[in-house]
Design a protein around this ligand. Structure first.
Ligand code: AGP
Length: 613
């Protein structure tokens, strides 16, 4: 998520903002900027890159004044660049905004404003906010009321901070939904705003957390909070006991745990603005998928590495089942040596959180060389895998800090589900009712994930029982077979316990010889088309003395009577079941590693992005 810092009071805002943004660097970002009111003028410094670049700009051309606002941006709409970096200035040059979140209806708002003659200077959705505020000011509203009107017009989840040269004694901010927080720090004759506590902890420990659909008018002497409907709110003032570093992870011990729990937000964001539940259609504008191209595609190669490759294996089942296009998954490190059969009707789809994985980029280059259409599903906006592609889908999960990938695994599962529906729709291989039903199932995802996350305490108890194992088999079938591979990888890479994901149906062809009381077997047994097959798999393992841990659908008494431990998941449409079945495996691996006292976020020998062959 992006970082926000604001200040109003007698001090120069510039150093306060720069230091505060530095405290939020852990959140990951690709551009940074700040705006301060210097006398009667709003001055801005901003650029792509890190805070060191912003500091260079400020040192080279100093700005000082108060109030001021600053921002570190994790790009969602518009590549990382100076023109897309926040803050964004309105046409009058008198109002400026910084923003976290996604304006889901920004295209229609931008069309309306453009039709009125508004000139846009960036590719961002954020810019619509400041132009809307000015539009309402032109109708006679002051900053507070113009902002309120705007906050009620934009859809999606947001954290927004505005200031105006014409009303220099105040800052206006709001929180809508959950796009990261808005925290107000209370000082003596000065006040602070931030998207997260670490940015202001050195100045004050007295904070107010804005709740969703609340806005605040902040002067140096006072903070007035109201609902977006104008009702006054009496806020609770909290005193923060945390030190700055522990505050960066909030209530979580590790970034990985935080990111496991961020999956509800991340999946909501990856769906944002792409699913129209009314007409049951999918929109993926950045994919540049035309009906002509959709009809002529004859084969798709999915290429990726590690966890991303396992996401691609799930995608194969989804795209073949829904769009009836042949899909082959080839790991990045093998693709360019496999002399793949490619022509202009072939798509090479790369999946990559970082967008910088050398093996995956090399596979894309091989595809390009042979004339394929290049697509990518990427989290890091502006990364090579995004820039090289003819079309892309942004995972929109926000930065993933933990080396072990979690939210950047579940997001591409949903992205490929959406891609499959769009492809089938444009190829005409899906009827209206089927398409609407598949789209409707997407609405269930955030709640299903949230319910699965609630079982963390029970999973932690199972982790305690398994913390001393030396090896583990993960077995799955069909669409959940890749989840066996992914679950095993999670355990391996953070707890250093050997684990092997295997197709359950293959066990009888040799590996079943491994099973005894010292070889626990984790069986993915949700209510999906392979459920009965997995039941017999559990029976085969039990018959050989194996300890069985089963991922099972709530209420499945058959599995409950057979397995030694159960990791429950809610009933889920089978094509979306991997999104929930993987979560207990993420949590199980996390707690086993944490109990073993290992460095969960930075496991030995591993890097977050493998940019070498
Ligand atoms: C997964 O937990 C690992 N961090 C690793 O397998 C990772 O998925 C792989 O290196 C690919 O990274 P990417 O998604 O950034 O391309």
């Amino acid at each position: 998520m992006c970082g926000i810092v604001g200040y109003i009071g007698p001090q120069d805002a510039t150093p306060i903002i720069l230091n505060g943004l530095k405290r939020l660097e852990y959140r990951g970002y690709d551009s940074a900027g700040l705006a301060v009111l210097n006398g009667d003028r709003i001055e801005i410094r901003r650029d792509a890159g890190k805070l060191s670049r912003l500091a260079e700009l400020v040192n080279g051309s100093p700005i000082s004044g108060s109030p001021g606002i600053g921002h570190t941006r994790w790009a969602t709409h518009g590549a990382p660049s100076a023109r897309n970096a926040h803050p964004h200035l309105g046409a009058s040059g008198r109002v400026v905004v910084v923003h976290n979140g996604i304006v889901e209806n920004f295209l229609e708002l931008k069309d309306e404003l453009t039709a009125e003659g508004t000139q846009f200077n960036s590719d961002t959705d954020t810019e619509t906010i400041v132009h809307l505020v000015e539009h309402h000011q032109a109708a006679g509203l002051d900053l507070t009321e113009a902002a309120r009107r705007t906050f009620n017009q934009i859809l999606g989840a947001h954290g927004i901070v505005l200031l105006s040269a014409d009303e220099p004694d105040k800052i206006v901010c709001a929180r809508i939904g959950n796009a990261g927080g808005v925290v107000i720090g209370l000082g003596e004759n000065e006040n602070f705003i931030a998207s997260d506590i670490p940015a202001i902890l050195e100045h004050t420990r007295k904070v107010i957390f804005l709740e969703s659909r609340q806005m605040a008018v902040i002067t140096k002497e006072a903070v007035r909070i109201e609902t977006l409907e104008g009702l006054p709110v009496q806020p609770e003032v909290h005193t923060i006991a945390w030190d700055a570093v522990s505050a960066e992870k909030g209530e979580y011990r590790h970034f990985m745990q935080k990111e496991i729990h961020e999956q509800v937000r991340a999946l909501t964001d990856t769906l944002a603005g792409r699913v129209d539940f009314n007409d049951g259609r999918i929109r993926l504008p950045e994919l540049n998928l035309t009906p002509e191209l959709a009809k002529r595609i004859r084969r798709i190669y999915i290429t990726a590495c590690g966890t991303a490759a396992y996401a691609g294996m799930v995608g194969k089942t989804l795209i073949e089942k829904i769009a009836r296009v042949p899909v082959e998954v080839v790991i990045g490190s093998e693709f360019r040596y496999s002399d793949p059969i490619i022509d202009e009707d072939t798509v090479v789809l790369a999946i990559s959180q970082s967008g910088e994985t050398a093996d995956t980029l090399a596979a894309m280059e091989e595809g390009r060389k042979k004339g394929a259409v290049l697509w990518s599903i990427v989290n890091a906006i502006g990364s090579q895998a995004m820039r090289m592609a003819d079309g892309y889908i942004s995972m929109q999960t926000g930065p993933e800090i933990g080396v072990a990938s979690t939210k950047a695994f579940t997001a591409p599962l949903v992205d490929q589900y959406m891609l499959a529906i769009l492809l089938a729709d444009l190829r005409g291989t899906i009827d209206d009712a089927t398409r609407r039903a598949l789209v409707a199932d997407l609405r269930l995802v955030p709640d299903l994930v949230s319910r699965t996350l609630n079982s963390e305490p029970e999973i932690e108890r199972v982790a305690l029982k398994l913390k001393d194992i030396h090896s583990c088999l993960y077995l799955g079938r069909g669409i959940n077979m890749p989840i066996a591979y992914e679950g095993a990888l999670k355990l391996k890479e953070i707890s250093y316990i050997h684990a092997e994901g295997y197709p359950a149906g293959e066990m009888k062809h040799g590996p079943i010889a491994l099973i005894d009381e010292d070889m626990p077997v984790l069986c993915l047994t949700p209510k999906d088309p392979w459920h009965e097959k997995m039941i017999s798999q559990i029976q085969q393992a039990k018959a050989r003395g194996g300890v069985v841990i089963a991922v099972a659908t709530e209420g499945d008494e058959l599995v409950e009577g057979l397995a030694d431990h159960i990791l429950w998941v809610p009933e889920t449409p089978w094509m979306l079941s991997p999104v929930v079945t993987v979560i207990p495996l993420q949590i199980l691996a996390y707690h086993i590693a944490a109990i073993r006292g290992l460095d969960v976020d930075q496991p030995r020998n591993l890097a977050k992005s493998v940019t070498v062959e």
